[in-house]
Write a protein that binds this ligand. Structure first.
Ligand code: SF4
Ligand code: MG
Length: 329
């Protein structure tokens, strides 16, 4: 993605001033084939919009998205349908994203009808059974309806459907956040295993860092439409170089802490994306903010350990607390 922007006009009615929500405001990133790349931020930061722009489910206001040397932003006709085969999406809500009137076999087989029309009915049925097995479901599940399944199983159906076209890139928009905590890890692990076994590139959107700690190679942290920090997951967890990342890390619950002590919360509310604060947009919540921060927009810089941060005072950010790093017991 090169300097991608998505601005939505708002208001203009009787009681509302006309405005502009800069949902995604100049995002550049580069994802390497085969890696798992996470995009993290609080709700409203623009991460779902960014995911949809990467997949061309939305058109950007400006900027470019390129996939494997091919322009995504301008793709039409045959080129667009090839991209639809190569890039698939897993939705946040497995309850509303699967058509309740279609059997599981039809749901998973439908992309095959589009992308592999040469398959006979029998071959398609065999392929569906194979896809269901890949996600831990059984062939007889093909004759049932999505609503007969639990949330975790429905998300497995969603994953099987995403795999049907033989994609190279899968984007999951908070694929486990609507699920019971007890099944979240299973679905995350399934995605990780499939990614490895099939050589997929995964982009995972999440609102907290805990979910992606053990499965992403690199992470980008978003705040109010911009990437504020980007680096390898290990570096970002151990040596955060942006106060917002540090605050997200402090908000991760410590599972070993039996004292019941509540974790730090990020101070204050996220400002409205239609009226972002001047200077550094995080200054209204940042414990390190200075006069400079209230006036000048911090430009992205590369730190010595090779990650990107957009903070005037990145050198002053303390390392992450030990409990967010893997412990040997
Ligand atoms: Fe905080 Fe200033 Fe850095 Fe923004 S630029 S994150 S306000 S220290
Ligand atoms: Mg979202």
């Amino acid at each position: 993605a090169q300097n991608v922007k998505k601005h939505f006009p708002t208001g203009g009615g009787l009681f509302q001033k006309k405005g502009l929500v800069k949902a995604v405001d100049g995002v550049s990133l580069s994802i390497t084939p085969g890696e798992t790349f996470a995009i993290v931020g609080e709700s409203g930061c623009g991460k779902s919009t960014l995911a949809r722009l990467l997949m061309r489910l939305l058109d950007p206001t400006s900027g470019d998205v390129v996939f494997d040397g091919k322009q995504v932003t301008a793709a039409k006709g045959v080129a667009l349908s090839a991209l639809r085969r190569d890039m698939q999406f897993i939705f946040q809500d497995p309850f509303s994203s699967l058509n309740p009137r279609m059997t599981v076999g039809k749901l998973v087989g439908e992309p095959l009808e589009v992308h592999a029309p040469e398959l006979s009915k029998i071959d398609r049925r065999a392929k569906v059974a194979d896809l269901l097995a890949k996600v831990g479901l059984r062939p007889e599940h093909a004759d049932r309806y999505a609503h007969e399944f639990s949330g975790g199983q429905r998300q497995r159906i969603g994953i099987a459907r995403a795999l049907a076209s033989g994609p190279r890139l899968i984007i999951g928009d908070e694929p486990v956040s609507a699920l019971d905590v007890s099944v979240q890890a299973q679905v995350v692990n399934l995605l990780g295993d499939l990614g490895r076994d099939l050589g997929l590139t995964l982009v995972l959107i999440a609102h907290d860092l805990a979910v992606i700690r053990h499965m992403s190679d690199r992470v980008a942290v978003m705040y109010l439409g911009k990437i504020v920090e980007q680096g390898t997951t290990d570096d970002v967890f151990e040596q955060p170089r942006h106060p917002y990342t540090r605050a997200l890390l402090d908000a991760i619950p410590d599972l070993d802490d039996q004292s019941g002590a509540s974790r730090a919360r990020i101070e204050g509310e996220m400002p409205s994306p239609s009226a972002p604060p001047p200077g550094c947009a995080f200054h209204t919540r940042c414990p390190h903010a200075t006069a400079l921060c209230r006036e000048a927009v911090p430009q992205p810089v590369e730190t010595p350990n090779g990650h990107m941060t957009a903070c005037h005072h990145w050198q002053d950010i303390p390392a992450a607390p030990r409990q967010t790093t893997p412990r040997s017991k």
